[in-house]
Design a protein around this ligand. Sequence first.
Ligand code: NAD
Length: 487
Amino acid sequence: MAVATDREFGLFIGGESAEPAAGDVRGLTEPATGEPLARAAMAGEVDVDRAVDAARAAIEGEWGRTPGTERARLLHALADAIVANRAELAELEARNVGKAISSVKAELHQAVENFRYYGSAIATIGGRANPIGGSLLFYSLKEPVGVAAQIVPWNYPLMMATWKLAPALAAGCSVVLKPDAQTPLTAIRLGEMATEVGFPPGAVNVVPGDGPTTGAYLVKHPGVDKVAFTGSTKTGGEIMRLASDPVKRVTLELGGKSPNLVFADADLDSALPSSAWSIFYAAGQSCEARSRMLVEKPLYDEAVATMAELAAGIKVGDPLDPETQMGSLVSQAHRERVHGFVERATDGEVVAGGALPDGAGAFYPPTVVATTNDTEIAQEEVFGPVVTVIPFDDEKDAIRIANDVRYGLMATVWTGDPARGHRIAARIKSGTVGINMPYTAFPGIPFGGYKQSGFGRELGLETLDLYLETKSVIVGTGARPINPFGL
Ligand code: NAD
């Protein structure tokens, strides 16, 4: 594979590559090797102003007049462009994030399907009509919210961008997308591809930059109508505050500490390897990573030992090797943070991993910690390849522990008793519950949080409504004049 990382990645504003006004161009490092990767422009306030102006002009111009059928065609064309450029996108993403290319390929597949799903879902956009009392007729119009600011994190730069872009564009909004400063490359390519397939200038703008400065300026911008944010719960709270003056529509996809409940009656040949996958894929840098494995007590010692064996067998290494199952973490700084959690976990026992490997790459081994639910490592989002294994007594205790955390994004239940699976699904406070399967996100299935994991949903039909206004039109149809004062 050879991808053109020697080019400079500009900002993407108004349908073309743009230089940053303040000349901020940074060298990005490849996390798995510590070597230079590419040079990328970072946006400042002037660039955000230009991007918001371009997005506004698009809504008031050609993009705002583009009918649903044409928007659908464009979304499908963008899906085709991702397919055509998949080798380049996969390599860029794997090298920029350090993530195993086998994972990235699955993410790319979902990115494609997501544009196709929303391309087709445009057909569902429509209002209602209703006669009221014989003399009034009500009908509703669905209109795009306007300019959407979309802020995404570094863990799935391409997939998160597509989760956000597809429903917004389907609804007819224009977008100013801000990727994380560390991982801008595939989002910039997506902006370029959108223009190549025919999206009018300004429909998609991409302005990578630092969160507390460029991101905050974008969120506060009076030209922005809606803010869709994916990131940490702490930053999510700050986004709500920033989006309050002037008031904007806000949706938040935030952190998680998702439970994975294993009952002694489960099919352990699936449950245990799947449990390992559901924390260690993407090196645990997933919002819904099942980082709390809750195990019924008679099975606990066996499950801890098996998880340690499975963790030790995971192929960690070069992200570009198709056999690699886990690449590096996103940066050395993030690795320090992850390792800090493990070092402080003195209440528990580290039964696999937990040691910093030698070498320049930001690698961290799959790590298993036997502990209880009241420890820092069980309660806080580590966001790395670290699973806590926690014992429970019975079904009631399992539900109590599963819910005893501030997050509520995802939960998985492994049991041989189907009725128990449904009972637990109804009682766990999380946006998604998986029963005897570890997968999470599919176009068409709403994904999002309860509690401190945020609000709003992605990937579902519901998401379209979050980018649409409902306008009620009421028409007088009575035979007599309307004269409420009797004048
Ligand atoms: P983060 O909150 O630090 O950053 C996320 C994004 O917000 C980045 O683009 C960053 O530049 C920007 N940002 C930071 N401060 C900002 C501010 N004051 N104003 C505006 N923008 C700001 O999160 P992170 O560490 O990059 O990402 C990991 C987090 O994202 C984890 O908590 C993870 O669970 C969460 N996440 C959630 C989902 C989901 O769908 N629920 C998906 C992926 C990741």
